[in-house]
Design a protein around this ligand. Structure first.
Ligand code: SAM
Ligand code: SF4
Length: 439
């Protein structure tokens, strides 16, 4: 979502004459778009600010001004601390107000101190953003599109409801129009984004509301849009309609990131997840019934307050039962203001490390098994750009694995058949089957 948001900030600044650069030393303005989800991400902001302070000083010595801005969820949660610890920061803006960035830039050039705005404004920023001219991802073949933001679930460990605010969905017609522009600019795969994307309930084009299943059906009708994905989902919001969409929409890729967090019902209750392990496995079964080739990915937290060895063992059992093709796993990180941060029975750091290693070792075996199972198959690969070596191109399998192969760059944007020859830890390599290529 921060990738999408960063591109939108570039859009609102373009009329002021700003264009993106990869080199901070060349930049008249640097925006750090930040993440507050775990402490490590937050600490990175302060170390990065230290580096940028030196860049700003060097540019100043050479007679150039630099506006330094901190955006995103760290700005939202720790705006005052940022200004106190890094007084050379000029702008602090929360994730819901970046449509106001041009005004803030104008104020910053007049103000003596930092300009801070971390409001949750009554207006929706999406209504004030300029229409997208081009998709944001490299090569533009795969694009992200935010359709929903915020969260009302209040899991015990999570800052999102506090930093991104209440759940809000964009009207379906606007989503479709933005998707159409992305496709016109070359996007062939769109990933719909939301902190809780399957809670989507946007205003329908002709009144009423649409859920995510209905929206996916409408987007699948866009000519030239070959692939659709969505992330991140909550198990509670996997409606019948959405599960059915996996069986009915060929463009909806057979890969779903569905975070479970723990395999222990006791922990799921403590986390306020509002689903049990059995609920989760039932959803997995129904998804596999609707779309037999679907592969699942998940998120896990180890060492949430109160987690015992038995709870941890239950998580390892769930990994076995669900056979995830991919997963992210994290040590519980206490976040200020969340209920779990002040809970008793915090788990020792060394114990969290041990549990994380055990979980990751087990998850890795399933990822390797899944990747190895692709060897020998011919899979449709969306070519997204050049590969690592000359003459190589790269793309994505339906299950989001990076695929490397030899072939011409003229295939970029096409879905081509590729025979998978080898599986690596995080990618596949294969051979383009020219004679069966489809446009
Ligand atoms: N909305 C999604 C859901 O309900 O599962 C998750 C979104 S959250 C931005 C991404 C992931 O970060 C979570 O699934 C969780 O595993 C992890 N996470 C969130 N808060 C965390 C914390 N305090 N410590 C460690 N990991 C955390
Ligand atoms: Fe955070 Fe996801 Fe829970 Fe919302 S549903 S509070 S975003 S983990």
């Amino acid at each position: 979502m921060n990738v999408y948001d960063s591109a939108r900030m570039a859009d609102v600044l373009a009329p002021l004459g700003y264009a993106p650069t990869d080199t901070p030393a060349d930049a008249d303005m640097v925006i750090l778009n930040t993440c507050h989800i775990r402490e490590k991400a937050t600490e990175k902001v302060f170390s990065e600010l230290g580096r940028l302070r030196a860049v700003k000083a060097e540019r100043h010595a050479a007679g150039h001004g630099t506006i330094l801005a901190v955006a995103g969820c760290v700005a939202q949660a720790e705006g005052a601390e940022i200004v106190a610890r890094a007084p050379y920061v000029d702008i602090v803006l929360g994730p819901q107000i970046y449509h106001r960035l041009p005004e803030m830039v104008a104020q910053a050039s007049r103000a003596a101190g930092a300009v801070i705005d971390t409001d949750f404004p009554p207006e929706q920023k999406f209504d004030f953003l300029p229409e997208l001219a081009a998709p944001q991802s490299p090569g533009g073949i795969t694009a992200f599109l935010s359709i929903q933001e915020g969260c009302d679930k209040f899991c015990s460990f999570c800052v999102v409801p506090y930093t991104r605010g209440a759940e809000a969905s964009r009207p379906a017609a606007r989503v479709i129009a933005e998707a159409r522009r992305m496709v016109a600019a070359g996007a062939r795969e769109i990933t719909l984004l939301g902190q809780n994307v399957n809670a989507y309930h946007g205003e329908a084009p002709n009144g009423g509301t649409w859920g995510l299943g209905r929206l996916l059906h409408a987007l699948a009708e866009l000519p030239d849009l070959q692939r659709l994905r969505y992330t991140t989902s909550h198990p509670r919001d996997m409606t019948d309609d959405l599960i059915a969409a996996h069986g009915n929409i060929p463009a909806l890729m057979p890969f779903l990131h569905l975070p479970v967090q723990s395999g222990s019902d006791r922990m799921l209750a403590a986390m306020n997840r509002r689903h049990t392990v059995a609920d989760y496995l039932r959803i997995v079964d129904r998804l596999r019934a609707a779309r037999p080739d679907i592969a699942l990915s998940s998120d896990f937290i180890v060492g949430h307050p109160g987690e015992t060895e038995a709870d941890h063992a239950a998580t390892l059992s769930l990994v076995q039962a669900a056979a995830f093709a991919q997963a992210y796993s994290f040590k519980y990180s206490p976040r200020p203001g969340t209920p779990a941060a002040g809970a008793p029975l915090q788990v020792a750091e060394a114990e969290k490390d041990r549990r994380l290693q055990a979980l990751q070792a087990q998850l890795r075996t399933y990822t390797e098994k899944f990747n190895a199972g692709c060897v020998g198959l011919t899979v449709p690969v969306l070519i997204t750009g050049p590969g690592r070596h000359p003459g190589q191109i790269a793309g994505r399998s339906p299950w989001l694995q990076p695929v490397h192969l030899s072939g011409p760059m003229s295939l970029a944007g096409q879905v081509v058949p590729v025979r998978i020859k080898a599986a690596h830890t995080n990618s596949l390599s294969g051979e383009f089957l020219q004679e069966r290529a489809t446009a």
